[in-house]
Design a protein around this ligand. Structure first.
Ligand code: KG4
Length: 338
């Protein structure tokens, strides 16, 4: 049996998970409330919190999985992309742990891990996984990409954002409305009470499958500035409709390009991944597309949408099967592609 310990520390969540032959055995995530008061992640504080959290989180993950460290076959860790200081904590721990246990070390690309989260099995009989080739819409705070996935290791970016990511668009527009960080989940909640057709915001006109969200952000900002000149209570009075209209615009932008790519590449096996895939409007639109266009859709469990070590462990598991290990002198990288 292959028992993989996964470690994730790329941003502000410290996480450890155990996957046994592809089946999830534990997934422990410690968030960092310290950033809330700053309205965003403070890198230096994130690294320090990772240092405090990493040992208890790993301990908990092993305990919940009912395994000891001696049972482990390999240690997989997020090498990047992410915040360098945060990545260093997970990387150093994984290196030390694998050296002490004399087991292989496996470096994992965080973006690939988001995509491979779809292969985490809830039990040995779980067969609900995408078939190759499939398209994955990866939408998070730092990425908006359409990825063609041909195997567990072969992936290619078909389209991506040329400026802001979808999550950033949610967060920045939420900030303009005075909503707390991160804005995405708050916009989602308020949008459920509003009318998505009440306000219209500009959509980008870009060729191909690439995205752009900076124009929407500006159009949203100017729209509010003009309305606030007439009525200082405009945001408060229209908060739900503003959120619903903003969410509808972002979802439409994401789905228009995904639909185009699916049609051109003739792929109807479609998945979504990353923090923004928790969005209820995006999930509903996926269901609509499944009905209308015969898509076979794959939407991850909420626990696997945000940063988590289960997706790192499953990616490590597939690399373990290929004996694709890394050297103990490995260093993390802040930026990289898929
Ligand atoms: O993948 P993720 O957890 O982390 C990074 O990108 O590092 O994604 C976080 C992003 C944030 O921008 C957050 O606002 C967004 O995902 N997000 C959502 C929702 N939940 C999280 N956006 C819209 N609706 C949601 N329900």
């Amino acid at each position: 049996m292959a028992i993989i310990l996964g470690i994730e520390s790329s941003c502000d969540d410290t996480s450890a998970a155990v996957i046994c032959d592809g089946v999830i055995c534990s997934n422990v995530v410690a968030g960092q409330a310290v950033h809330e008061q700053y309205g965003g992640v403070v890198p230096e504080l994130a690294s320090r919190a990772h240092q405090q959290n990493i040992i208890p989180v790993v301990h908990q993950a092993l305990k919940q999985a009912g395994v000891t460290k001696e049972d482990l076959s390999a240690v997989a860790f997020t090498r990047g992309p992410g915040l360098l200081g945060s990545l260093l904590v997970g990387t150093s721990f994984a290196k030390g742990f694998s050296t002490a246990l004399d087991i292989p070390l496996i470096d994992v690309n965080h973006l690939k891990a988001h995509v491979l989260a779809h292969f985490i099995k809830e039990d040995a009989d779980d067969m609900d996984q995408p078939k190759f080739p499939f398209l994955c819409l990866l939408v998070s705070g730092g990425n908006s990409q359409i990825i063609r996935v041909d195997s567990h290791s072969k992936m290619e970016i078909v389209g991506q954002t040329i400026d802001d990511a979808a999550g950033e668009a949610f967060d920045k527009c939420a900030k303009v409305m005075g909503l707390p960080y991160p804005g995405g989940p708050v916009v989602d909640k308020l949008a459920k009470l509003g009318d998505g057709d009440k306000f219209k915001f500009s959509k980008p006109r870009i060729a191909g499958y690439d995205y752009s969200f900076s124009g929407l952000k500006t159009s949203f900002l100017y729209f509010l500035r003009d309305e606030l000149m007439n009525d200082t209570g405009f945001i408060e009075k229209n908060k739900e409709d503003l959120c619903a209209s903003l969410q509808k615009t972002i979802v439409d932008i994401l789905m228009d390009k995904l639909r185009l790519a699916a049609k051109d590449l003739q792929i109807n096996e479609i998945a979504v991944a990353g923090g923004v895939s928790a969005n209820s409007g995006l999930r509903a639109s996926f269901e609509d597309h499944a009905q209308k266009y015969g898509w076979n859709i794959h939407i991850p469990k909420f626990a696997y949408t945000t940063d988590n070590a289960a997706m790192v462990a499953i990616t490590g598991y597939y690399k373990y099967l290929e004996q694709d290990f890394c050297d103990k002198s490995v260093t993390p990288y802040a930026r990289t592609s898929i």
